[in-house]
Design a protein around this ligand. Structure first.
Ligand code: MG
Ligand code: MG
Length: 256
């Protein structure tokens, strides 16, 4: 069942989303060779709480930490660890969820550690552009398939591979809600978008094979061929005026 959000609930989500955006921006300043993903998680947890939010991933389905932090071939759901030390050339994905006044938002960024190879830099740029294309398609006259088609066009034109086994989702009253929002699709197919629908759009793109595998920790999803992967995500509300990105500090209908 899809639960639409009222304008007031969307405003609350925008406030929580601003905390989330600030958290990711804050953490970006600490991403450098030598820091552990466990330390980034602790810093993020403290920052969210100091701003009046609660990390939504902690304890969700039994997840043990506050952020999902995935490195290189890890696509999503990496468990932060004091033993996992970042090094120059890594691409680290910070995926974060915040609860604020009962409402949930979700956002992820890919951050370079030190100096990245040109092809991994391009992978992250293309994935971010694919997210932007998906966000622009989140208008009330479109369908879920228009979002997937927009994401897919950017990724495949660039010669990369969409991870199709993982999808975006509705969000707001819980971490994951209906509908599923695939990163591929056909225009005008799937559920019609409508004002009050709030979704997380989150392209996951691999440099190599799109196939995935889950590590023995039962959480970390990696590319089957261990090629690098990028992930970018925003929570966006469909409004009568078009898409409104909620996980930004701008607080306006921008596509930042
Ligand atoms: Mg996320
Ligand atoms: Mg998500």
């Amino acid at each position: 069942m899809i639960q639409l959000k009222s304008p007031r609930e969307i405003e609350t989500m925008a406030r929580g989303g601003a905390i989330l955006a600030e958290t990711l921006e804050y953490l970006t300043g600490f991403v450098q060779p030598g820091i552990s993903t466990g330390e980034l998680d602790r810093l993020g947890d403290a920052f969210i709480r100091q701003k009046g939010g609660v990390p939504s991933f902690l304890g969700q389905y039994g997840f043990p930490r506050s952020l999902c932090i995935s490195v290189n071939e890890e696509i999503v759901h990496g468990i932060p660890s004091e033993q996992r030390i970042l090094k120059s050339g890594d691409l680290v994905k910070l995926d974060c969820g915040v609860i604020f006044e009962g409402m949930y938002t979700d956002s992820a960024i890919s951050v370079p550690v030190g100096t990245l190879s040109p092809e991994v830099t391009r992978l992250s740029d293309v994935t971010r552009r694919a997210l932007m294309a998906g966000l622009k398609a989140a208008t009330p006259d479109n369908h879920v398939g228009d979002i997937g088609a927009a994401v897919q066009a950017v990724v495949e034109t660039a010669g990369f591979n969409i991870v199709k086994e993982l999808v975006g989702h509705g969000v707001g009253f819980a971490v994951h809600e209906e509908p599923q929002v695939p990163n591929h699709g056909k225009p005008k197919r799937g559920r019609k978008l409508e004002p009050g629908l709030v979704i997380a759009i989150e392209p996951m793109v691999n440099l190599g094979s799109p196939r995935t595998r889950t590590l023995p920790d039962k959480w970390t999803v990696v590319s089957a061929d261990k090629s690098p992967s990028s992930h970018w995500e925003h929570t966006v509300a469909i409004t009568p005026d078009g898409p409104r990105v909620l996980t930004t500090t701008a607080g306006v209908p921008s596509l930042v």
